[in-house]
Design a protein around this ligand. Structure first.
Ligand code: NAD
Ligand code: UDP
Length: 325
């Protein structure tokens, strides 16, 4: 990544994507401040950075104001897995909305550039397939996913209004399902569940009939796209889709995990959660055009690395979300 040395804040920096982002930015020589309340992460995720003179870790909850001097802000703080964001849905909405307001306020005061980690969930259960950024989505505003989907939609609104009204230099990325080493093993997401189940000899839980589709992007591809968007031209603020257009049914994913782990697990069906999107696949025309970005790691290869990582971790280091969050 070229450019000069910058002071960069990463909120949610100890999480799955945040850890990889902080690592990249520290390696590039920037002064990185990682802010996290460790709801879905832990200090040990960034242990490899703690001794670096250009890395600082701050335990803080973004729903409260924060006063720092920075040049760039990556706003990632928010639980991302359905089980995590539904644990305390009101807090999830506060994190998206108050977190965005606090970080946008900081960006305005410091004249910092700020990137919002938004989501494909803004498209809800989409009737348009694949999803381009111009599609306005089909979100159930009163359902169990709404705390996350509507929180992220409101955050996008705030970002656009700070840009239009206050000339804050913003970027919005819409991240599609991303996986890889460093995922929270208790996050309940499909990739982590299937791998955990396969390598521990349990049955693989398919919600519904497994015909619903998702597009899975490898972590490193996604973080590359995120950095390119932050460093991209000011006239392109987004939103831009970042994801891998390869589309798989959940049943196909289960079969691939069984094949790659050599597991003897059976596939069993469980009820489909409410409002579970039937299909999802990014249209990445804009990312290709403006960022010259597209994913490079196919699912088979990325799954291999992720399975290897899951086999290597000590599960005693991880815990489900804390009840006094
Ligand atoms: P993650 O849960 O691993 O990371 C989120 C981080 O934010 C965690 O470290 C958590 O402790 C922290 N956090 C949560 N609430 C906070 C608060 N109030 N104050 C401070 N820190 C808080 O999730 P992730 O997969 O790394 O996702 C990062 C971002 O990307 C999120 O905003 C998520 O919505 C977005 N995203 C991720 C995906 C994906 O597939 N991973 C898809 C779409 C969008
Ligand atoms: N899913 C599944 N079994 C699991 C976990 C998830 O079949 O053990 C399904 C889930 O119903 C959804 C898809 O896998 O259709 C992706 O779920 P995930 O929670 O990873 O992310 P989402 O894209 O729904 O936010």
């Amino acid at each position: 990544m070229g450019g000069s040395h910058k002071r960069i804040l990463v909120t949610g920096g100890a999480g799955f994507l945040g850890t990889q982002l902080c690592t990249r930015l520290v390696e590039a020589g920037h002064d990185v401040i990682c802010v996290d309340n460790f709801f879905t992460s832990q200090k040990s995720n960034v242990a490899h950075l703690l001794s670096m003179p250009n890395f600082e870790l701050l335990r803080h909850d973004v729903t409260h104001p924060l006063w720092l001097e920075v040049d760039e802000i990556y706003n990632l703080a928010c639980p991302a897995a359905p089980g995590h964001y539904q644990y305390n849905p009101i807090k999830t909405m506060k994190t998206s909305v108050l977190g965005a307001i606090n970080m946008l306020g900081m960006a305005k005061r410091c004249r910092a550039k700020i990137l919002q980690a938004s989501t494909s969930e803004v498209y809800g259960d989409p009737e348009v397939h694949p999803q381009p950024e111009s599609y306005r989505g089909s979100v159930n505003p009163i359902g169990t996913r709404a705390c996350y989907d509507e929180g992220k939609r409101a955050a996008e609104t705030l970002f656009m209004d700070y840009w239009r009204s206050n000339k804050v230099n913003i970027r919005i990325i819409r991240i599609f399902n991303t996986y890889g080493p460093g995922m929270h093993p208790y996050d309940g997401r499909v990739v982590s569940n299937f791998i955990q189940q396969a390598i521990t000899g349990q049955d693989i839980t398919i919600f519904g009939d497994g015909s619903q589709t998702r597009s899975f992007c490898y972590r490193d591809d996604l973080v590359e796209g995120m950095i390119r968007m932050m460093e991209g031209p000011d006239e392109f603020v987004g939103p831009v889709n970042l994801g891998n257009p390869g589309e798989f049914t959940i049943k196909e994913l289960a079969e691939l995990v069984i094949e790659q782990t050599g597991a003897k697990s059976k596939l069993i069906n469980k009820p489909l959660p409410s409002d579970d999107p039937k299909q999802r696949k990014p249209d990445i025309t804009l990312a290709k055009k403006w960022l010259n970005w597209e994913p490079t790691v196919p699912l088979r290869q990325g799954l291999g690395k992720t399975i290897e990582w899951f086999r290597s971790i000590d599960m005693r280091r991880y815990r489900p979300p804390t009840p006094n969050y």
